[in-house]
Design a protein around this ligand. Structure first.
Ligand code: 26M
Length: 818
């Protein structure tokens, strides 16, 4: 009722226009005549934010009133993408806003382009978290997304002379209209020091942690709207100094030292680590993880107690989802809070803890499994190390009682004693959670059979699968308005809340006029992308070409260099006058390399070098084009996916946990060329074998190949074209005569080839020939494209979130209707 009494905010064109002008005038001190693009963007953002907060407040009140069970999603990364366009769609005011602006002689699309996106993640894992936020909001799942407010997000990528260079991401430079700081929601965080143990006057065992430094985390809230009605918040923590601590106790009179300490505290949330699928083992990274976990858990406990509920019931009111092991120190931290700070018995605390957490694993790559050295962990978090040892002792005793032998126990221990003694965070997360899930059927299966097989044998009911999904409202609704409109005209708008409705498109897949409209839209989208690419790279591409797209983080396991070998094989053939079955193709790449990952950076250089060769060769430049689109992020992704004809999903089978780009491409009508890896398997099942270009070894075959002693050189010897293509790498032709530049790649492929490119090469080339043949028959291609979209419904993140609700969280969504 308090909510109902607050001034209603209108959604009509007139009301939006009035609000916008008011914001521009009173918040920014501008009239339209002198406003900068950024002023206009901000005024519109604030106009929309008012409406967004209303939704959020209403949902929160509804959740509180129903005393609903809630999810706390803990993720070190989020990649929300631009908020403005998405919020307009969710509020269903895109058209009204466009009209309102038009009356002021302003263009909505231009204003949308002004937004700098929050790049608070590396790639798939961070983007997944944001897709899930949207779906939780839309479905009415009471939820808070907790994370870190990095001052500098993922670096901006520049290409200089073909090489990647990194530039600081200053996303907060112009201010962030979407967030609200909550200075009164702040928690103290301790680091270092020692612990004291004693028995108190009531015979109770007590532990005190005496830290050697403290800082605080302050909450910054961003509303995440659901479609049509609900809204939830993403609560990000910023590190700050504790004034009183620094100024009064330790640094009396030493003002500069105190300021220095302040700066050191704020360093903690300065920058996102740009590694993915590889460990840095850096102290600051562990500090970030503990910092955001402790703030979040203290906040959850506050919320629990605030509503008059008992701490003993924490697991009944909250479930805490761990997005990979990055927040897994939470298991030890919750134990510390319950036992040390809230005086709970260990056994009771453990019972709550292991019924509160659920853990999502996102990788099988051994180099990506988090470990923290006991030395570092003990220095930074002495009490947590003790707690981890205690959890481990009790766990190993349980195994002993079940007659496990020493070897098994060493394998399963939370502590790895083999090399430098370290804590296995995946084991901590698994032992401390009531559910563990992988992110695709294949990946969850491998998790049970391989990486966590001992745990799956011990607790089979703990393990489950939730196949990833994507926010189709963003990746179709916002980013592909033409296709959205065509679909809505045919089947209505219901697909926005139920992607399975796309099945209704199936009956039009043979309809020639529909096919024509479908491909006409694709062509329009390709024109837009071509213009965008020309502006960014100077390379012009004919929109009629086949757009063959490989965008994702650069990684050897993702095999961008296999794509390069294919391009080089086509180049060779064309130079030899052999052009049968080669259709004019634009090869489009995008993706960032971790700054310290040499091979990945060399692959970027290779792509650009191949581009220089091919794009400037009179004989082939109208047949092949190679473009590396710099700084691939959510904003650019929204231009790329709608324009793709062919989606490259060519990782070595068994390596890509799920992939989510694969889903976004197919959702926009691209056909996939892919291996049986991650969610590709399920996409193929859904869209049908005949509408998916499969190649390469299966996971089992990959493992067999390795077990039998893989010798890549054999393929080099036996396959003449492959040999020529590989030799081109070290011929100097790609590198101004420098024969050494690409030698590391060449040697790696011939000597180890850990991702078995050479073994899968021929199968890939053959499949590409087939693809070019199908492309030559526009009707056939259009039909496959329509059928891909018609059968992609399963991969909405709405479905994923419903799966989490039923199989893991046991939550009934509470949708608030307006
Ligand atoms: C770890 C330690 C220190 C610094 C950074 C990290 C780190 C950050 C991100 C490690 C991994 C990170 O992301 C991994 C990731 O994005 N995995 C992808 O997750 C997607 C969503 O489930 C899957 O679809 C992809 O297959 C998987 O590669």
């Amino acid at each position: 009722s308090q909510i109902e009494n607050t001034e209603k905010i209108g959604f009509s064109k007139e009301e939006i226009k009035a609000s916008f002008l008011k914001k521009l005038f009173y918040n920014l001190g501008r009239v339209p005549q002198v406003a900068t693009e950024n002023d206009l963007y901000k005024a519109l953002a604030l106009t929309v934010r008012d409406r967004a907060f209303r939704q959020f407040v209403r949902s929160t009140a509804e959740f509180a009133q129903k005393d609903a069970r809630a999810v706390a999603y803990l993720s070190a990364e989020y990649l929300p993408g631009p908020h403005l366009g998405k919020n307009l769609l969710n509020l269903e005011i895109t058209d009204e806003t466009r009209e309102a602006l038009k009356e002021l002689d302003l263009d909505l699309d231009e204003i949308l382009r002004e937004e700098v996106e929050p790049g608070l993640g590396n790639g798939g894992l961070g983007r997944l978290a944001s897709c899930y936020m949207d779906s939780m909001a839309t479905l009415g799942v009471p939820a808070i997304g907790y994370g870190i407010r990095y001052e500098f997000g993922i670096f901006n990528q520049n290409i200089k002379n073909g090489w990647q260079s990194e530039e600081t991401d200053l996303w907060l430079h112009y201010g962030n209209p979407w967030e609200v700081v909550r200075p009164e929601i702040a928690y103290e965080i301790k680091f270092g020091g020692r612990t004291e143990h004693w028995v108190d006057e009531n015979d109770k065992y007590q532990v005190e942690w005496i830290p050697d430094s403290e800082l605080k985390g302050t909450a910054y809230d961003t509303p995440i709207l659901g479609y049509q009605s609900n809204g939830i918040i993403m609560r990000l923590w910023k590190a700050e100094a504790i004034e009183s601590f620094d100024f009064s106790v330790y640094n009396v009179g030493d003002y500069y030292k105190a300021v220095e300490k302040k700066m050191r505290s704020e360093n903690l949330t300065k920058v996102l680590y740009p590694n993915d699928e590889n460990l840095s083992g850096k102290e600051l990274r562990l500090k970030q993880q503990y910092f955001f976990v402790s703030c979040s858990l203290q906040d959850i406990i506050r919320l629990q107690l605030m509503q008059g509920r008992k701490l003993e019931d924490l697991h009944k009111k909250f479930t805490i989802q761990l997005n990979d092991t990055h927040p897994s120190i939470a298991v030890a931290e919750l134990m510390r809070l319950l036992v040390d700070e809230h005086q709970m018995e260990w056994v009771d605390a453990w019972n709550i803890t292991k019924n509160t957490f659920a853990y999502t694993n996102h990788t099988l790559l051994p180099e990506a499994l988090e470990r923290w050295s006991v030395g570092l962990l003990g220095r930074l978090l002495p009490r947590h190390l003790e707690i981890i040892y205690e959890i481990n002792n009790r766990f190993l005793n349980e195994l002993k009682e079940r007659n496990y032998n020493g070897e098994q126990m060493a394998r399963m221990s939370l502590i790895d004693e083999s090399g430098e003694t370290s804590v296995r965070m995946a084991h901590l997360a698994t032992v401390g959670s009531y559910k563990v899930n992988g992110v695709s059927a294949l990946h969850s299966g491998l998790l049970k059979k391989q990486v966590l097989n001992d745990f799956a044998d011990l607790w089979p009911e703990k393990f489950t699968n939730v196949t990833n999904g994507v926010d189709h409202r963003r990746f179709l609704g916002v980013s592909n308005p033409r296709l959205s409109e065509l679909i809505s005209k045919k089947i209505g708008k219901h697909w926005l809340t139920d992607l399975m409705q796309l099945h209704q498109l199936e009956k039009f897949s043979d309809d020639k006029t529909f096919q024509k409209k479908w491909m006409e839209i694709k062509l329009q989208n390709k024109k837009e992308l071509a213009a965008h690419m020309e502006e960014r790279t100077g390379i012009s591409v004919d929109p009629k070409m086949l757009f063959d797209v490989h965008v994702k983080r650069i990684h050897e396991y993702k095999r961008q260099h296999l794509k390069v070998l294919h391009i080089l094989s086509l180049y060779k053939r064309l130079k030899n006058g052999d052009d049968k079955n080669i259709v004019p193709t634009a090869f489009i790449f995008g993706g960032k390399a971790a700054p310290g990952y040499f091979m990945a950076k060399l692959i970027i250089k290779l792509i650009n070098s191949v581009g220089d060769l091919v794009n400037n060769d009179e004989q082939v430049k109208d047949r092949l084009k190679v473009v590396f689109l710099p700084n691939f992020n959510v904003k650019q992704a929204q231009v790329v996916y709608p324009a793709a004809d062919l989606s490259e999903q060519i990782s070595l089978a068994g390596k890509e946990a799920s992939g989510t780009g694969n889903m976004k491409f197919a959702l926009n009508g691209a056909l996939t060329v892919g291996t049986l890896d991650g969610a590709n398997v399920e996409i193929r099942e859904e869209v049908g074998d005949e509408n998916f270009f499969l190649f390469g070894q299966s996971t089992e075959e990959v493992q067999k190949t390795r077990a039998e002693g893989y010798r890549p050189y054999k393929y080099y010897e036996q396959n003449e074209e492959l040999r020529e293509v590989l030799d081109l790498l070290i011929s100097g032709e790609l590198s101004d005569g420098d024969k050494e530049l690409f030698r590391p790649l060449y040697n790696n492929l011939l000597q180890q080839d850990p991702y078995q490119l050479l073994k899968d090469y021929q199968s890939y080339i053959d499949k590409q020939e087939e693809i070019h043949k199908v492309w030559s028959k526009p009707g056939e291609w259009a039909k496959k494209s329509i059928l891909n979209v018609a059968n992609i419904g399963k991969f909405s993140s709405d479905r994923s979130i419903k799966d989490y609700c039923t199989t893991i969280w046991k939550i009934d969504p509470v949708r608030v209707e307006d």
